[in-house]
Design a protein. Structure first.
Length: 97
């Protein structure tokens, strides 16, 4: 009877350890990355809508949102590129930079 209790405790401990390893850190990182890329994609989509159907001011504002989304995703190269696009769009809209 004692042996079965030890095996049960050991089995539950291993199951708990495995569960923590499977569901703890890897999911948090991948959820953040998926969430960040979704935000960036949504902002780029909004910018493209502004290009097709919005004013120059709309393009300026949306380009700023895209640059901010890339900055939050820690994508420095794309953030800098979209900052340049924002400056060009805002200049075209007549806003001083």
């Amino acid at each position: 009877m004692k042996f079965k209790a030890y095996v049960l405790v050991l089995g539950l401990s291993l199951l708990g350890y495995w569960t923590l390893g499977q569901f703890n850190a890897p999911i948090v990182g991948s959820q953040f990355q998926t969430s960040s890329s979704r935000v960036v994609e949504d902002q780029v989509t909004q910018y493209n809508i502004a290009v097709r159907a919005g004013s120059k001011m709309d393009r300026c504002v949306q380009a700023g949102f895209v640059a901010s989304a890339y900055a939050q995703a820690k994508d420095e190269a794309n953030s800098e590129e979209w900052t340049r696009i924002r400056h060009a769009d805002c200049s075209a809209a007549g806003l001083p930079q």
